[in-house]
Design a protein around this ligand. Structure first.
Ligand code: AMP
Ligand code: MG
Length: 463
């Protein structure tokens, strides 16, 4: 691509990976990460996959625009580098293999925001851009994200080989995942090994879903090809973090039936795990152990979710009424579409301040139209909280409930500036989102409620 330039450079990840300190000054690196210096060798490849899209079998569909450069040994362990949007691959079909600046910036910021929140995710080392034209709904310019992960293997990779009856390849893939990434399963042989693989993916996915739900993250396109076998958040498209709480929120403008609405995500993940289980069946043969592995989700997800919510509330121990306390809270938040992030942050502060102020909860109360509903809930909450040290509990809650999330409108503002050639906000947002639990006084405005115009942002699948 002509006239490549840096759009965003992730200095923190560069350091973590032990890459050269002058990386961003190297013309060679710029060209490499734009896909301009690719040599076809034994290390680089694009990997084909199939999958279920919106609940329907879609056959072969990827990877038409991701190129793995190979893996590098890093202080974080073996990490694969992958270029998204560097041009056509053997699997591009009618696609151009490109990605646009807008969606690349969203992926760059979102994956690093997830990392900052402590949620499993693929990472993003950099975004480069080019004035080269890319045609979507309108003509846009091209960009490439360099993604980093221990593995980019998806449920859809397994579905691909299973659906084509390529059982040797299916087994080779499963063995590769086990050997390279799931050492705890490695000593098992035969069918037992693949049941253990399914069990491990199920557990990881359950935890990931609890992590998403707890921060109000909507993925938007939970097709089976967008699910990582390592339980990483993968493929940031029309995702959104909730502003006002709405369990039925649909962030993907193309998802007309609401299949991937916020509240449905845990159930969809479970459905997707069944697709993975189905794909592994040729290696497992018997249905019962596969079902047993899958069904652990029914316990693992609620357990992980309950724990996350107790953490958010600063509750220790497990009490019988905890789930009702959470459900009633979510109902109250839903009723008034209370901002999900602001609520938790104010609640955390209120708990801390309540050691020396009797008005500490007023800023939380102010978020509700139905004050008496909040008052009743808050009384129950404080009783459950008990006689803990509120200063300490509040501080812990402030490290659990982020102040900064990648709200749609923030991404949108950064993209608008980037389209004008100004990448400062991309870089500043990255820095803030890397430490979302901290105070960043210069960026206080980014912690506020979404402006009126934010609700009119429409994010489609086109990227
Ligand atoms: P997505 O809905 O973004 O997860 O895309 C599904 C699959 O479609 C991806 O894995 C890509 O392989 C393929 N794809 C999407 N956009 C393009 C493109 N512009 N060129 C080639 N393949 C694409
Ligand atoms: Mg995808």
């Amino acid at each position: 691509m002509p006239a490549a330039h840096w759009v965003g450079c992730n200095e923190a990840l560069r350091t973590d990976l032990g890459l050269p300190t002058d990386l961003w000054q190297q013309q060679e690196a710029l060209e490499l990460f734009t896909g301009n210096r690719l040599t076809v060798d034994q290390h680089s490849y694009a990997s084909v996959y199939s999958g279920h899209q919106f609940g329907q079998w879609a056959g072969q569909l990827g990877d038409g625009r991701a190129l793995n450069l190979g893996a590098i040994e890093t202080p974080l362990g073996l990490q694969e580098l992958q270029l998204k949007g560097a041009g056509p691959t053997p699997y591009s079909r009618r696609g151009d293999g490109r990605a646009v600046l807008r969606s690349s910036i969203r992926e760059f910021l979102a994956s690093e925001a997830m990392q900052g929140l402590g949620i499993s995710t693929t990472r993003a080392l950099c975004v480069t851009g080019s004035p080269a034209h890319v045609r979507r709904e309108e003509v846009e310019t091209a960009a490439v994200v360099t993604r980093v992960a221990p593995s980019f293997v998806r449920f859809g990779h397994f579905e691909h080989f299973a659906s084509n009856g390529h059982i040797d390849e299916l087994r080779a893939l499963a063995d590769h995942v086990v050997t390279a990434h799931l050492p705890e399963v490695q000593n098992k042989q035969g069918a037992e090994r693949y049941v253990a693989l399914l069990h491990e993916v199920t557990q990881r996915t359950a935890v990931l879903m609890a992590q998403w739900q707890a921060v109000g993250f909507c993925h938007g396109v939970m097709n089976t090809d967008n699910m990582s076998v390592l339980g990483l958040t993968l493929d940031y498209g029309p995702f959104q973090y909730l502003d006002g709480f709405d369990a039925n929120h649909i962030c993907n403008h193309s998802d007309t039936s609401g299949r991937y609405a916020y509240a449905r995500q845990p159930q969809i993940a479970y459905w997707n795990l069944f697709c993975l289980g189905q794909a592994l069946m040729p290696l497992i043969d018997e249905q019962a152990p596969a079902l047993a592995a899958l069904e652990t989700y029914r316990q693992a997800f609620p357990e992980a979710m309950d724990q996350r919510m107790r953490d958010k509330l600063g509750l220790s121990g497990i009490h019988e009424g905890d789930r009702a306390l959470v459900e009633d809270l979510l109902q109250a938040l839903q009723q008034d579409r209370v901002d999900f992030t602001v609520f938790w942050r104010r609640l955390s502060l209120a708990v801390r301040e309540s050691t020396h102020s009797t008005h500490a909860f007023e800023p939380v109360r102010d978020l509700f139209l139905l004050r008496e509903v909040f008052d009743a809930w808050c009384a129950r909450y404080l009783e459950r909280l008990g006689s803990v040290n509120r200063q300490v509990t509040g501080d812990t809650m402030l490290r659990t409930n982020p102040k900064y999330i990648l709200r749609n409108h923030l991404g949108e503002l950064a993209i608008r500036q980037a389209k004008q050639g100004n990448f400062a906000m991309v870089q500043d947002l990255l820095n803030v989102l890397h430490a979302p639990f901290n105070e960043h006084p210069a960026y206080e405005a980014w912690a506020g409620l979404a402006p009126e115009w934010a609700s009119s942002i429409e994010i489609s699948c086109s990227s």
